[in-house]
Design a protein around this ligand. Structure first.
Ligand SMILES: NC(=O)c1ccc[n+]([C@@H]2O[C@H](COP(=O)([O-])OP(=O)(O)OC[C@H]3O[C@@H](n4cnc5c(N)ncnc54)[C@H](O)[C@@H]3O)[C@@H](O)[C@H]2O)c1
Length: 363
């Protein structure tokens, strides 16, 4: 198969896990564990090559990518330390609204440290690197930042995978721009392989399928990575809350009134590092109008959990490029993202992804 050349915007924990995973599976000939698709129409993980990277942190910019992914404040589990020298230097990106001011109040090892340097020419760098796809991993709340990188992708003729909750693939105007350029786009806001959202959605659907009336629910999440630190700023959170809440509401025939559903990042606990703990409570009524409730605690390493889905989003995006399909890819977006252009149930989305991969449906 041909290479899948990707660029990443934001060399944080998610990019670290993605890159470790690409090298881990390349070198691992034993039983393949942890993948939804060992191959996507012939594309293996080892076909993915990172050819460009952008960040704004002084401990990452100017470093070879193989070192930058382990630089502070990244703190995800290192499951594959033997990353070869990549020969890809992390370039200075446009800071815009990527930095949350409250990070100044935290120890350097826990927060971003912005490099005082002019941004590189991102469009030029994308073109020079020969990237096929730009994968966006900017912090929550970077509305301007994400739009800047999405426009750069359009200008450079590169597809876009949007792993965070600024709405691009699910926004009509932006989706149209990608369609007009014949460039595929997958988004928005990655839904982890086995994370809070997919578990909460699946249980919500189970309530509906079994005739149980869901009356009230919450999902509280804590973690100790920079994603959670960043999200302490409530004004950066509006699109994240919409994305996470709609992902669950979409599984109900009649959405819950807003006062009966609370979903969101809840606190930053530094010693948790990249371990995310999620608490779900669901209250409902079963046969005879009799009440029941469910309590669940899920503990996951946050970033490998996102990489497990990103690798499918990236490979499906390349399939669309190969097939000359531009605009939002609705099947893989619904399967791997919380806020896709069209919400399907996870079973339906999985079915549609298989049909997309086999060429039965276009997108
Ligand atoms: N971990 C998951 O399962 C998951 C799930 C859904 C969504 N996400 C989202 O994915 C995004 C990335 O998550 P993460 O854990 O890697 O975050 P992170 O905080 O570890 O990494 C963000 C990186 O972006 C860099 N950055 C900030 N502003 C920038 C700019 N303007 N240009 C280039 N780089 C910039 C930072 O220096 C940092 O390296 C977040 O928005 C997160 O909410 C993650």
């Amino acid at each position: 198969m041909s290479e899948i050349r990707i660029a990443v915007a934001g060399v944080g924990n998610c990019a670290s896990s993605l890159i470790q995973g690409i090298e881990y599976y390349k070198s691992n000939n034993k039983e393949v564990i942890g993948l939804m698709h060992p191959e996507v129409d012939g594309y293996k993980l080892s076909d993915i090559k990172v050819v460009a990277a952008f960040d704004v942190d002084k401990r990452k910019v100017g470093q070879d990518l193989s070192r930058a992914i382990f630089a502070k404040p990244n703190n995800t589990k290192v499951f594959y330390p033997d990353i070869p020298h990549y020969g890809v230097t992390v370039k200075m990106g446009e800071v815009l609204d990527g930095y949350a001011k409250h990070m100044e109040e935290y120890p350097q090892d826990q927060a971003f440290q912005i490099k005082k340097e002019r941004s590189c020419d991102v469009v030029q760098e994308l073109k020079r690197s020969g990237a096929h796809i730009l994968v966006n991993y900017l912090p929550v709340g970077s509305e301007d930042g994400v739009k800047f990188y999405a426009q750069a992708a359009l200008d450079a003729g590169v597809a876009f995978v949007n792993c965070m909750p600024v709405f691009i693939a699910s926004d009509r105007e932006w989706a149209k721009k990608f369609e007009e350029k014949g460039l595929p786009i997958v988004g928005d806001d990655i839904k982890a392989q086995m994370g809070a959202t997919i578990v909460h959605r699946t249980l919500t659907k189970l309530f509906v399928d079994r005739g149980v009336k869901l009356d009230r629910t919450y999902q509280l999440n804590t973690g100790g990575n920079t994603d959670f630190l960043n999200m302490l700023s409530r004004e950066r959170l509006s699109s994240k809350k919409i994305s996470k809440t709609e992902a669950v509401q979409s599984q109900l025939d009649n959405p819950l009134p807003p006062e009966n559903i609370h979903i969101g990042p809840s606190d930053y606990v530094p010693w948790q590092h990249d371990n995310k703990v999620c608490f779900i409570r669901m209250e409902g009524r079963e046969f005879g109008d009799v009440p029941l409730n469910l309590e669940l605690r899920l503990s996951v390493e946050d970033s490998p959990n996102s990489a497990g889905c990103a690798i499918d989003a990236i490979r499906c995006c390349k399939l669309a490029l190969d097939r000359g399909i531009g605009g939002p890819l609705t099947s893989i977006s619904s399967y791997t993202m919380k806020h896709p252009p069209i919400q399907y149930s996870d079973d339906e989305a999985r079915q549609k992804v298989e049909e997309f991969i086999s060429g039965k449906i276009e997108r």
